[in-house]
Design a protein around this ligand. Structure first.
Ligand code: HEM
Length: 398
């Protein structure tokens, strides 16, 4: 690698919060588009910190998602299910349906099997059901009384129930689905629940992801594995953003008031909210298959590269001197909160609809809402294996 401005490789900084990311990131951006990064298994790669270069890496097929160099990456872990902990089909399912750990035609085949129910059009068709789910959660919040833990009473139930609805988890299994995927359970228990859901949909097809998967060319093990990946991907991401948005808005009431005065702005403001509160400090690591020229540097073949979506979304070169401010009137199109390129988030359109409905109900329904305490206001351990922030508890009063 040429002209590396830092000698010692850095580690992912743990001193930031979603609304106030580590100052190290800005320092590294000032020095160049990338810094050497020490991964947890000891090997050295690169952390991309600037927006232009981050985007270039995410959209370049010469960066592979296969977990070649990353023994402890998520992609590798997904494929290395501990022997004896699960039955054989689950181990096979994990290996075959690892959408975040494959490239090219193999990746496209998996992705095509699931995209229909996550399109912008499908997402719009869910609005009525999402509003019902949000209304019920809002009722639950009022009933629980002030102060309340918004994460547990509002954000998590909305996220889990909308997710279950889109996937096609039958009504009688939704509560268990929420339990095993939001609160956590052994892999075998999670997969056994998914098997029940899949068996039900085989008998009772619907307009949902499971029904589409059953009609696709995916094998039974691939269907099971894909359902597990999807269940994991959507279980906490939307809840995180409901919480982060409210932490940000309640910490800067001028922005909250701007949205309260003009709630029709909320859907457009979602882009800025997810830019500002980006969850993925790093997205899933890539490996350079060839030597790649990136700006003024040469990345040798075989280098592991991680893109910091948080850093790119705060890059002053792209977002100007107010990059560190939440501005609900900003045009934040092009942010990297959902990634970019071939692996860009499948669930983003559904997430946008869900966030807009959930935030609107809170902002218009509880004008006196105030922040009592939030774990997000102080640095919390990052979720592994990719470095992501977590929702944490958010206590609000009204
Ligand atoms: C606000 C909520 C969400 C955020 C911020 C988010 C973020 C992301 C990001 C950054 C990636 C790309 C990772 C990479 O390139 O390394 C991704 C991929 C993905 N997301 Fe999301 N996500 C969200 C919600 C969802 C939901 C609701 C689903 C639904 C199941 C979902 C399913 C997926 C899947 C399947 C992928 C892998 C796509 C592929 O490899 O082709 N996400 N997400």
């Amino acid at each position: 690698m040429s002209e590396c401005p830092l000698h010692a490789p850095v580690s992912i900084p743990a001193d930031g919060t979603p609304v106030r990311p580590s100052p190290e990131l800005a320092r590294w951006r000032a020095q160049g588009p990338a810094v050497p990064l020490r991964y947890r298994d000891g090997h050295e790669g690169l952390l991309i910190t600037r927006y232009e270069e981050a985007r270039a890496v995410l959209s370049d097929p010469r960066f592979s998602q296969q977990p070649q160099r990353m023994p402890d990456s998520h992609a590798a872990l997904v494929e290395r299910v501990p022997p004896g902990e699960v039955d054989e089909e689950i181990a096979e399912a994990a290996r075959l349906s690892n959408i975040l750990g494959c490239d090219g035609a193999a990746h496209l085949r998996l992705r095509r099997a699931i995209t229909k129910r996550f399109s912008a059009r499908s997402a719009r068709s869910y609005i009525e059901r999402v509003e019902e789910i949000v209304e019920a959660a809002f009722g639950g919040l009022l009933e629980s009384g002030s102060p309340a833990n918004l994460t547990r009473v509002y954000a998590e139930p909305i996220s889990a129930q909308v997710h279950a609805f889109v996937l096609g988890i039958p009504e009688h299994l939704v509560e268990r689905f929420t339990d095993v995927y939001v609160r956590g359970a052994p892999l075998q228990v999670q997969h056994d629940l998914l098997r029940e859901a899949i068996a039900h949909r085989r008998e009772h097809p619907g307009e949902d992801v499971i029904t589409d998967l059953l009609a696709s060319d995916l094998s039974a093990a691939e269907v099971l594995g894909m359902m597990h990946t999807l269940s994991m991907s959507g279980r906490d991401t939307v809840a995180y953003f409901i919480v982060t948005a409210m932490v940000a808005l309640l910490s800067d009431r001028s922005q909250l008031e701007a949205l309260a005065a003009d709630p029709d702005r909320i859907p457009a403001a979602i882009e800025e909210i997810v830019r500002y509160g980006t969850m993925f400090l790093t997205v899933f690591p890539r490996t350079a298959l060839d030597e790649v020229e990136l700006g003024d540097r040469i990345i040798p073949a075989g280098t592991t590269v991680s893109v910091s979506a948080v850093s790119a979304n705060r890059d002053e070169r792209r977002w100007g001197s107010s990059a560190d401010r939440l501005d609900v009137h900003r045009d934040a199109q092009g942010h990297l909160a959902f990634g970019d390129g071939a692996h860009m988030c499948v669930g983003q359109q559904v997430a946008r609809v869900e966030l807009a409905v959930a935030l609107r109900r809170l902002i218009t329904g509880l004008p006196t809402l105030r922040l009592v305490e939030a774990e997000q206001l102080t640095p919390q351990p990052l979720a592994h294996p990719v470095a992501t922030y977590e929702a944490g508890s958010l206590v609000v009063g009204w």
